[in-house]
Design a protein around this ligand. Structure first.
Ligand code: SAH
Ligand code: SF4
Length: 407
């Protein structure tokens, strides 16, 4: 059985090509026949993409404009994959987190993050001090996920079970890599979320290092961008990486998506301490790859910067950051550290976060602060999975999680 969500439209057309038939009374040349058969297969593939990704039909028999023969063939050969939701939790700020169980019983997470409407943003900006952190009243998905309530619904998806990059502040990093996700497992996270909410943006900021699972992530992006499928715009699909330099270069050559870099430090010494990947490709090499990354019109690279108390949150860091990103069309996303039991780092005080942001703004950078969304449902990378005891090495996180959920 082939999983439907692992196929691009082109792949599907190639599979359907031998099934194509042309009835022609007139004699036609072999070339013309070939052309007609290919065109027919492409047309069928497009129809099927519409059925599955735009009309959310999962039963081949209901695809009434396909021939009986074709439906029978699809039933026998191609399976529309579904993810089984083990848990889903909604936080008071509207963030909705899903824990999925895979066929081998491993678990992954995806999160829907709503961004409130601009007006509400403005009202709440003093409280949240960033556009990312605007308040959003939480109810169940079906009630809140209508466009009167939000300006953007972002699906944050996973690319691996765990992660091999071992960043010191990250719970997924502490857990280690279990396995890569297959193409259909990546695409289906979005497919399932899209079934319950009109997702507008996708970020690969869940579990895993997307560029470590390069081929599957590239193909998943191609499928997500297909205008006959889920039809995301390339500007609204963002791949976030800890800095695998050759893969960043290759990504730029292979596909047009937005890029986010987890910079998180301003000197090599500091960065190597918290992100082992920096020992392989240092800040200079990473930023060179960013400068060379092909940006389309209106596009900027996002630099994520996790603020760790006493580690990378000084004004000297802010000053170095300004110098580092100079000349790169970019925006800085400051993420106050989300504390967890797998790490001794602490979140800086709000006043420190504000001063850091102020410094960047005063030096003409775009800098937002991402308020940790969905704290009450443990929406940070790898946390839900850990609390529920489905991750490796999760025993020591459980007690802590119980404490938090009681709060
Ligand atoms: N592996 C990719 C994408 C997943 S991590 C990457 O590293 O970019 C997504 C983001 O979450 C990264 O910017 C990472 O720095 C941040 N992050 C990880 N653990 C965090 C924590 N405990 N608190 C705040 N941000 C965290
Ligand atoms: Fe992996 Fe990203 Fe976590 Fe680093 S921050 S361990 S790259 S998921």
């Amino acid at each position: 059985m082939i999983y439907f969500q692992s196929l691009t439209q082109q792949d599907l057309a190639s599979l359907l090509r031998p099934l194509s038939r042309v009835q022609s009374k007139a004699r036609i040349s072999t070339e013309e026949l070939e052309h007609k058969l290919t065109r027919q297969a492409r047309y069928r593939a497009k129809q099927i993409f519409h059925w599955v990704y735009q009309r959310f039909q999962t039963d081949w028999d209901q695809m009434t404009d396909l021939s009986q023969d074709l439906r029978a063939w699809l039933k026998a050969h191609i399976q529309i994959f579904r993810l089984n939701s083990l848990q889903s939790h909604q936080a008071l700020d509207g963030t909705h987190k899903f824990l999925w169980s895979l066929e081998d019983s491993k678990t992954i997470e995806s999160v829907i993050i709503p961004a409130a409407l601009r007006e509400k943003n403005a009202q709440e900006s003093s409280k949240a001090f960033s556009e990312e952190g605007a308040f959003f009243s939480g109810r169940v998905v079906s009630e809140t996920m209508d466009s009167d309530h939000w300006s953007r619904l972002t699906a944050c998806i996973s690319s691996q079970v765990g992660c091999a990059m071992a960043c010191k502040f990250c719970l997924t990093g502490v857990q280690g890599l279990d396995r890569h996700l297959a193409i259909h497992e990546i695409v289906t996270q979005v497919y399932e979320l899209r079934r319950v909410a009109p997702i507008t943006n996708i970020v690969f900021m869940g579990m895993g290092e997307p560029l470590h699972n390069f081929e599957n992530v590239v193909k998943a992006c191609q499928i997500l961008l297909d205008q006959d499928g889920l039809a995301f715009s390339k500007r609204k699909v963002t791949v976030s990486t800890s800095g695998l330099v050759p893969a960043i270069e290759e990504l730029g050559r292979r596909i047009d998506v937005s890029l986010a870099i987890s910079l998180n430090a301003t000197t090599d010494e500091q960065r190597s301490r918290i992100m082992p990947v920096n020992r392989r490709w240092n800040i200079e090499e990473l930023l060179r790859a960013c400068r060379n990354y092909p940006l389309g019109s209106h596009r900027r690279i996002t630099f994520e910067y996790v603020l760790l108390k006493g580690m990378n949150d000084s004004l000297e860091d802010a000053e170095r950051l300004v110098h580092l990103v100079r000349g790169i069309p970019s925006k800085i996303n400051l993420i106050p550290f989300n504390e967890h039991s797998g790490s001794d780092f602490r979140r800086p005080q709000d006043s420190v976060i504000r001063s850091f942001q102020r410094y960047l703004l005063d030096h003409h950078l775009t800098a937002t602060v991402r308020i940790s969304r969905g704290r009450d449902i443990l929406a940070a990378c790898g946390q839900l999975r850990s609390i529920l005891g489905t991750a490796r090495g999760s025993e020591r996180h459980q007690e802590w999680g119980q404490g938090l959920t009681r709060q």
